[in-house]
Design a protein. Structure first.
Length: 152
């Protein structure tokens, strides 16, 4: 992780409303859960994709946002967990210009939340390679935070 979530003391104050995950340009960005594409476009000069999901407790909307992402989806599309949203854009268009990264943000209704908290427990991030399959994570959760098969 290049930079963790840093909630602002007040919503109008500075902070980091997401996490930055180091990744190379062209890396596929996958949907972490089922949802509907809410936005595809540019914000502050960066290519952005946003997806609305039902919040984990079933109450309210959870919007996840990814940037810079060259979209492979359109607004209104229904997407499934693991579906490609797009590819990571050029490092120069990222706020991690030296290394390149994916900014992953999450907002429940109007409150920003740490997207890593959506994964539950300890997390091991995995970079897919052609022909590979996600490893089973420790503590019975796969890389999306879902219970891994056979772990109860």
């Amino acid at each position: 992780m290049a930079r963790p979530f840093d909630a602002p003391a007040q919503k109008w104050l500075p902070g980091h409303r997401g996490v930055d995950l180091v990744a190379a340009e062209g890396t596929s960005v996958l949907a972490p859960a089922d949802g509907r594409v809410a936005f595809v476009g540019r914000v502050a000069g960066r290519a952005v994709v946003s997806v609305d999901h039902v919040a984990p407790d079933g109450v309210g909307i959870l919007r996840t946002t990814y940037e810079p992402v060259v979209a492979a989806v359109a607004v209104g599309a229904t997407i499934r967990r693991g579906e490609v949203l797009g590819d990571l854009g050029p490092a120069a268009s990222s706020h991690c210009a030296a290394t390149g990264c994916l900014h992953w943000g999450a907002r429940r209704d109007e409150t920003y939340v740490d997207p890593m908290s959506l994964l539950g427990g300890r997390v091991r991030l995995w970079t897919p390679r052609e022909g590979s399959v996600p490893p089973r994570a420790t503590h019975g959760r796969d890389v999306s935070g879902q219970r891994a098969p056979g772990t109860g």
